[in-house]
Design a protein around this ligand. Structure first.
Ligand code: GDD
Length: 409
């Protein structure tokens, strides 16, 4: 049997995702009309002999309750949210719930970060993992040398694929091959985490400890139960014939900012074209709006047939889009209203926000810079004819004059 574990983190981790993480935990933010965590969950569905999926985090349980019960019945696989009382780190969180995870006596644990966007080639990874015969297999990808330092950089044996060297977010360049945050482990991983904790305890008990060492051991990252998968496990285990790599040639992105969520929404919409074409909207310009690929429209949204939508647009529940509206590269969240002839491009329009007639909300579409897209928080009102460019607007603001390159607090 196989169990899957998705690390969903908690509120303190979501700061870069503001203002969209104020009321919705980042893992539930919609990409291509589905909660972020839905994409790895549905990828797990294809794993042979999958017994169960766990989400581990320190968000409030009630925030996940509805989603977890609906996805369990939709996929016909038990999905359970396990709440940590405090952050234990990516490996510490896994260890904290080891007894529950091992209840089904799984032979393999698929471990996923929730904030990555990829095709999750889990079945292929499992096959490779069995061939390698190690304790763990990491999904890896080649990225540009400039961006590699944002991730765990690694060196793998070109023939055996063994992980030879691993450094988390190094200051000087090591390699353009990086860790995708998608892993397969045997239950042996729990012993490895246990060893690290015991080792720390022994160290802390040494009477010869300098006061500096003692202080270091009591800080958060060195607390006994805070264990990071990357620094504390992957680095020391590299080159010991226990960890192997599987390289993906498909798409992969990390989702730390709202701008990246817009980019990843496009990647998942494109994936739907092959995997779930039934989820995409197909317009005809008469009864339905004109649609330029790829577009998701929630069944409860009302879009006027004279509107033109796409590419890369996701429209959530109860959104109203009036006549003559043009939407491109954007996410329109629940209950928003877009009035006649408004224009949106490279933007995220928050829950219950309202755009007046002929309003323009747009960004330049640079996903890597802070103001590369425009973000309207919850319940923002943009009045008629007002233009908002490359800006972030916090919740409940009313904009009656045009703004550019501004953060409206
Ligand atoms: N439950 C729980 N508890 N989850 C956590 C905790 C924790 O204490 N800490 C982090 N996570 C979750 C995050 O929500 C995220 O899904 C994942 O674990 C990894 O988060 P971080 O440890 O903050 O690392 P990162 O995202 O900056 O980088 C990691 O992922 C990259 C790929 O996206 C590293 O492993 C990098 O090497 C890797 O390239």
């Amino acid at each position: 049997k196989v169990v899957a574990v998705i690390m969903v983190g908690g509120p303190t981790k979501g700061t870069r995702f503001r203002p969209l993480s104020f009321n919705t935990p980042k893992p539930l933010f919609p990409l291509a009309g589905q909660p972020m965590v839905h994409h790895p969950i549905s990828a797990c569905k294809s794993i042979p002999n999958l017994a169960r999926i766990f989400l581990i985090g320190f968000h409030e349980e009630r925030e996940f309750a509805l989603y977890v019960s609906s996805i369990s019945s939709e996929l016909n696989i038990p999905v359970r949210y396990l709440k940590e009382d405090k952050p234990h780190g990516s490996a510490g969180g896994l260890y904290y719930f080891r007894d529950i995870i091992m209840e089904d006596n799984p032979s393999h644990i698929v471990l996923l970060n929730c904030d990555v966007c990829c095709s999750f080639p889990l079945t292929e990874m499992l096959d490779a993992h069995r061939r390698y015969g190690g304790m763990g297999t990491l999904l890896v990808i080649k990225v540009s040398a400039e961006s590699a330092s944002e991730f765990g950089e690694l060196v793998a044996d070109p023939v055996t694929k063994e992980l030879l060297h691993y450094t988390e977010k190094p200051e000087t360049f090591v390699s353009d091959l990086i860790n995708c945050g998608v892993y397969i482990f045997t239950p042996e991983i729990f012993h490895v985490i246990q060893d690290i904790r015991t080792h720390r305890e022994d160290k802390a008990n040494l009477h010869t400890l300098s006061s500096f060492e003692a202080l270091r051991l009591t800080t958060k990252t060195h607390a006994k139960d805070f264990v990071r998968l990357d620094q504390d496990i992957l680095s020391p285990l590299a080159g010991k014939k226990q960890l192997y790599t599987y390289e993906t040639m498909d798409f992969w992105e990390q989702i730390k900012t709202p701008a990246m969520s817009l980019k990843c929404s496009a990647l998942y919409l494109a994936q739907f074209r092959h995997k779930s074409p039934g989820l995409l909207a197909y317009g005809d310009g008469t009864k339905n709006p004109t649609v330029v690929d790829d577009v998701y429209i929630h069944p409860s949204a009302k879009v006027h047939p004279t509107a033109k939508i796409g590419p890369n647009v996701s429209i959530s529940a109860n959104v109203r889009v009036a006549a003559g509206v043009r939407l491109m590269d954007c996410i329109i969240l629940d209950d928003a209203e877009i009035q006649e002839n408004a224009f949106v491009k490279y933007a995220i329009v928050g829950w219950k926000s309202s755009l007046g007639k002929w309003a323009r909300v747009q960004g330049e579409g640079d996903y890597k810079t802070k103001l590369g897209i425009t973000i309207l928080g919850e319940a923002v009102t943009v009045e008629d004819e007002v233009v908002v460019v490359n800006s972030i607007v916090l919740p409940n603001k009313v904009l009656n004059i045009s703004v550019q390159e501004e953060i409206i607090l």
